[in-house]
Write a protein that binds this ligand. Sequence first.
Ligand code: DGY
Length: 284
Amino acid sequence: TRAASVDALYCMLTDRVDAALLDAAPRLRVVSNMAVGLDNIDLDECTERGIAVGHTPGVLTGATADLAMALLLAAARRVGEGIDYVRSGSWGEFRLDLLLGHEVHSSVLGIVGMGRIGASVARRAVGFGMSIVYSGPTRKPDIERELGAAHTSLERLLQTADHVVITAPLTPETHHLINRESLRLVKPTATLVNVARGPLVDTDALVEALERGRIAAAALDVTDPEPLPADHPLVALPNCVVIPHLGSATQATRAAMADLAARNLVQGLAGEQMEAAANPQVYL
Ligand code: DGY
């Protein structure tokens, strides 16, 4: 009912902007999402109705890439289990076989979706002496030249990477991109990191792969469902690190996102092309 009178919407990734909402908001001309991901918005529907949509690419790239590395290191090197071990009072004498993990440095990193965030993760990984393979519909010659990254199919990536980071957008094509079959291809020593959107991974299949030790570990900033209930099997698994969608959660990044989303909104209302337009075709 409140939508009926609004000209512009400033929204977050938890707000669904779909045909039903648009039907209820006949005056709407501008949607500004304070997120880079657009899976909460029916973009085609907005474009068809001439509604300009903005989002926040660029400003959160570095923060999200930092967190992807933090998660990879935490899961592969069993930092969460180490913290639990100390907190539970289990720390006794030094043991040579205590919580042995898998190497991150000098290993092969597979990046699923070489967009801005994927490339930013890759730059960090090269600093760790890692080599990069990536999958996705578009080859990135600049990144290949800059980082020596090699494009490959998803199947080949999963077979050859020592660790896998998912940074692809959620679309109908990427829903459950990582499923029971694909998890069978992953190395048993690998960590799977997801900083994109939960539904890119089939959660039940991931639980099964982690329980059976088919993959070494997972580190998830995003989950399906989200929020993940505390009694969900993923939370109890020692080889799974779960944190509550914190990719862009630094003070500076969140402020930059809020500013960019506000500028998009004001520009959209003024009939100007937004600084970060998601459907620039509405201006044609
Ligand atoms: C995004 O922007 O899409 C993130 O998921 C939240 O910052």
